[in-house]
Design a protein around this ligand. Structure first.
Ligand SMILES: [Zn+2]
Length: 64
């Protein structure tokens, strides 16, 4: 039998993006539309650097 270990160990924790205001998955945070590209994922220069083309950034959900 052949043993194989796919390299997807970090799939559960996506890397933080420059536009993220909070750590993804942290309590009290949520996904919001990127203000830099308005959720389109692209800007005039190309891929939005803030959300890295996802159109979504993670920020705190104000509880106060
Ligand atoms: Zn963006």
């Amino acid at each position: 039998m052949t043993q194989g270990h796919p390299s997807d160990r970090n799939a559960a924790t996506p890397p933080a993006k420059p536009g993220d205001e909070a750590t993804p998955g942290a309590p009290g945070t949520g996904e919001n539309v990127c203000r830099a590209c308005e959720g389109r994922g692209t800007v005039e220069a190309g891929t939005c650097p803030e959300c890295q083309g996802t159109g979504i950034v993670t920020s705190g959900i104000g509880g106060g």
